[in-house]
Every structure is written in C-alpha cells, then in structure tokens.
Design a protein around this ligand. Structure first.
Ligand SMILES: O=c1ccn([C@@H]2O[C@H](COP(=O)(O)O)[C@@H](O)[C@H]2O)c(=O)[nH]1
Ligand SMILES: [Mg+2]
Length: 178
C-alpha cells in the first residue's frame, strides 16, 4: 500500500513542544494541558487576544526543527517500510512558511535519514495526493478533490470526540499492516 503520513501531530510532537515553549515564555495565561486540548489548531484553545503570542511560538526559528518525535513514530515508519509499504510524509506548511518549510525537511533528515527527504510531499491540499491511506490527526481535511485515500485518524486528545477509524503508534500493526 501507499501510505501517506502527516508530520505534525503524527510523527513530530507539535503539542508537547508548544506546551513547553508556552510555559517557558512565562505568560500569565497558563499552558492548556495536553489532555484538555479540544481543537486541532492550538490557538483555538487560547483567548483570541493571545493569538499573536501563540503564533509567535510556532513561527519562531527552531520550533519545527526541534520538535521531539512522537513516541513510537520513527520505529513505526521503519516498520511500515520493512512490511513492504511505500511510505510518504504528506505535510502542509504553515502559510507563515519561512522557518517551517526548511525545518520540516531538516526534521525528517535528522530523524529518518537523508534518503527519507525524497519521501516528503509538501502540499496545502492533501486531497490531490494519490495514496491508499492517509494517517492524519486532522479530522476535517479539506481540499479541491474527492481523495482516493481513506483516512485513519491519528489519536490525539483534540479529536477524541469523533467516531472515526483511528490509530496510535502502539497499534499501527493492527490498523495498517493487516
Ligand atoms: O496549531 C497548530 C498550527 C499548525 N500546525 C501544523 O502546521 C502546519 C500548517 O497547518 P495549517 O492548518 O495549514 O495552518 C501543519 O503541518 C499543521 O499540522 C499544527 O499542528 N497545530
Ligand atoms: Mg497534523
């Protein structure tokens, strides 16, 4: 199978890094606990007056480069390749792309190796990308086409209210390799 894997929230731990950076910045408004997050976009869980401060964290140089891998993600990706699947990273850049784009590539090179950079598909419209499965934490992927992949939702606190086929890296074999 051709398996498309989202980067942030599936491979790279955007949530944990944002939480740590927000605490480090010493804002009066406390960091929203990871288990209490309700929305894909972190800014939606903070007061509107703090949008700028939220965005300043994830647009800062080094934020994307230094994201920690999600537990089990790197082993899971290698396992999918070993099982004979064609794995591509299918990721959307921020519109404030200046640090994000380069650093997404750096992240892949650092954690999955230089050869894996060939497997990056950077797009704002995942519906135009061909694949059998898309693993993504976003439960509402929009685009210009009817996609030919089926989505498996990557389990995150902010998408738990939805009844959709889902996986975590602890259960990828049962969900994807069968
Ligand atoms: O709160 C957020 C904001 C962004 N991301 C990740 O950034 C890029 C771009 O997202 P857009 O929705 O196209 O602005 C994408 O990789 C998101 O996963 C995020 O994870 N959380
Ligand atoms: Mg994501």
């Amino acid at each position: 199978m051709l398996i498309l894997i989202d980067q942030d929230g599936v491979l790279a731990d955007f949530e944990r890094a944002f939480h740590a950076a927000w605490q480090q910045a010493g804002h009066d408004f406390p960091a929203v606990a990871l288990e209490c997050r309700t929305s894909l976009h972190v800014r939606d869980d903070y007061p509107e007056a703090l949008y700028g401060a939220v965005e300043a964290i994830y647009t800062a140089p080094g934020f994307y480069r230094e994201l920690p891998p999600i537990a089990g993600a790197l082993e899971g990706v290698r396992g999918l390749l070993e099982a004979g699947h064609d794995v591509r990273i299918c990721t959307a850049p921020l519109n404030q792309y200046r640090n994000c784009v380069t650093e997404k590539f750096e992240w892949v090179e650092r954690h999955l190796g230089a050869d894996f950079v060939d497997r990056i598909i950077l797009t704002k419209d995942k519906t135009v990308v061909h694949g059998d499965i898309l693993v993504d934490d976003n439960p509402d992927i929009r685009g210009s086409r009817r996609p030919d992949w089926r989505q498996v939702l990557f389990d995150q606190p902010y998408n738990r209210q939805l009844d959709m086929p889902r996986m975590s890296w602890a259960s990828w074999r049962e969900t994807l390799a069968g």
